[in-house]
Design a protein around this ligand. Sequence first.
Ligand SMILES: Nc1ncnc2c1ncn2[C@@H]1O[C@H](COP(=O)(O)OP(=O)(O)O)[C@@H](O)[C@H]1O
Ligand SMILES: [Mg+2]
Length: 229
Amino acid sequence: MIVIMGGEKGGTGKTTLATNLAAMRVLRGRDVLLVDTDKQESSNYWAITRAQGEAASSRVVCAQKLGGSVLRLGTDPYKTYEDIIVDAGGRNSIELRATMTIADALFIPVQPSQFDLWTLARMNELVREARVVNPKLRAVVLINRASTNPGVSETADTVKILRDYPNLAFTGIIIRDRIAYRKAASLGLSVIELEPSDSKAIEEMHAFYREVYNDWKTFEKQPPRTQNE
Ligand SMILES: Nc1ncnc2c1ncn2[C@@H]1O[C@H](COP(=O)(O)OP(=O)(O)O)[C@@H](O)[C@H]1O
Ligand SMILES: [Mg+2]
């Protein structure tokens, strides 16, 4: 399965989500390839830090792919990876558009404080185009770096905003701004490996993991009820 953390805006959390997901998947015993399409190589740097540090019990294989070479991820030898997680950073990137034609899902982190309608309109259009050749592509917006001070109704606001963008779904995932994410990143870890642990960050990443892999058993939570229940 190929999943992308994408979006054309920088600093929204693509690398944070891609690296957390990759580590969690490896910890579940999966054969994982993390792909960095950003020239800044933050995911790659995270994987190197992880390999060199003492804190992580397992490595994450990371490869950098630039330009149209990302399309090779859908062919041998990459097909042998059970999970490919693409950190598609960069502005107006060819890598993002190319991987969208072969991926199973695209997750677009956005920050509630700077809901960028132009970006959402553009992503909505890119998803429409990608689905012409890749109809299976899921496209999900999630909120990252929301305030830990609730009071604002991010969920209702997001649902309202996304009504105008029919190709983008919102499943209610909200990740809040927590020091644990930054600390884990600097050590080459996921938040679920970080000591001392931040239980709220861990629960957020478990919820995100369940959403991405539709895996409701791994972290012992009941699946959401369907409308018929
Ligand atoms: N939920 C979060 N809480 C705290 N800091 C975060 C969170 N998500 C991202 N960050 C921090 O914000 C910065 C940008 O995030 P990053 O994942 O690198 O974004 P992108 O890859 O989209 O440019 C990084 O310093 C990262 O550690
Ligand atoms: Mg990045």
